[in-house]
Design a protein around this ligand. Structure first.
Ligand SMILES: [Zn+2]
Length: 93
């Protein structure tokens, strides 16, 4: 993972939602909160173990969206959780 520090992550490590800058240059964007799973960078996703339990808990509750506005938008487009989860980078699965 030599390039990790140069990476801008726009995909949520927990749920695979794409569209916000969650991590930049190895640092969490503290202003970001995932509109889908509600994860805050460095809170739920600081380690693989931590984010797996966050993800498991979230999915176990029925994968509720954090933002109902975004939820309506994405459900209209035929949102599919499993499909979205395919965006999760392999190291965070
Ligand atoms: Zn998320």
């Amino acid at each position: 993972m030599a390039d990790a520090e140069d990476t801008t992550e726009t995909v949520c490590r927990v749920c695979g939602f794409e569209g916000e800058v969650f991590w930049e240059g190895g640092w969490p964007n503290e202003a970001a909160i995932c509109p889908c799973c509600g994860n805050e960078p460095d809170v739920g996703d600081a380690s693989v173990t931590g984010l797996r339990s966050y993800r498991g808990y979230w999915v176990g509750r029925g994968a509720p969206w954090n933002s109902s506005l975004e939820e309506r938008k994405h459900r209209r487009e035929g949102w599919d959780l499993l499909k979205q989860m395919e965006n999760i980078p392999p190291q965070w699965r």
